[in-house]
Ligand binder design. Structure first.
Ligand SMILES: [Zn+2]
Ligand SMILES: [Zn+2]
Length: 230
């Protein structure tokens, strides 16, 4: 079964039940996935010049969210990342937006997802460069997930980090201790601090929008109070 099959069967009813809560972008993605490689997008005839055999092929939607269209792109991405791998062990680090911030991220996706990436990467790079810890410049591959396994809005970044980095003088490779990259508590403390500072900056620059229950947060003091317990 594919996502398109689920949309064909339940899409219309789901859209009716959530009318008014779906963005134009979301509706466009659903329409693209539902019509991908069906007669709705038109088609073309592919014919073999040698044997004369022909068949009708329906056009693809090419939407970046369509699993049918993106399968090949995902395989190419994976192969290219595998080619980047160093002959060392790798660590998996996850940074998650606190639930309170996830709630205001929904109408501020571009700004807050960008802050999430920057706070997470700055935290990792800073602690790794600290001579008290690794004392090296590390590399990171980061991927954003906006949904958790329970299919709720749960933005987090997965980071794949090699178990070592280049010494700050650029002269040699510094390996981490076996099985231990960086102290998680130190990382998460710095991540929170950076994230909250960046949110405050974005708020001051007028980059955040608030709706519904959160409308009052456009006032700077209310926003500071909202962030204070985090
Ligand atoms: Zn498609
Ligand atoms: Zn994930």
């Amino acid at each position: 079964m594919e996502v398109a099959d689920i949309f064909h069967r339940h899409g219309a009813a789901w859209r009716a039940a959530h009318a008014g809560h779906l963005s134009l972008g979301q509706l466009k993605v659903m329409a693209a996935i539902e019509t991908c490689r069906t007669a709705a997008l038109g088609g073309h005839v592919e014919a073999c010049e040698d044997c004369g055999h022909s068949r009708i092929a329906y056009n693809s939607c090419r939407n970046r969210h369509c699993p049918r269209c993106q399968g090949a792109a995902a395989r190419e991405w994976l192969a290219a990342r595998q080619a980047d791998l160093l002959p060392v062990g790798y660590f998996h680090v996850v940074f998650t937006l606190p639930a309170e911030i996830a709630a205001i991220a929904y109408p501020n996706k571009a700004v807050i997802y960008d802050l999430l990436f920057r706070a997470a990467s700055e935290a990792l790079l800073t602690i790794a460069a600290d001579p008290k810890h690794l004392g090296a410049r590390i590399g990171i591959t980061a991927v954003l997930h906006t949904w958790g396994s329970a299919m709720t809005h749960h933005p987090h970044v997965h980071m794949i980090v090699p178990g070592g980095g280049i010494a700050l003088d650029g002269e040699r490779w510094v390996s981490c201790r076996p099985g231990f990259l960086l102290p998680v508590r130190v990382l998460s403390k710095l991540f929170r601090r950076l994230l909250l500072a960046k949110l405050t900056e974005a708020h001051a620059a007028g980059q955040l929008q608030f709706f519904g229950d959160h409308a009052g947060l456009s006032e700077p003091r209310a926003f500071a109070k909202f962030l204070a317990p985090l």
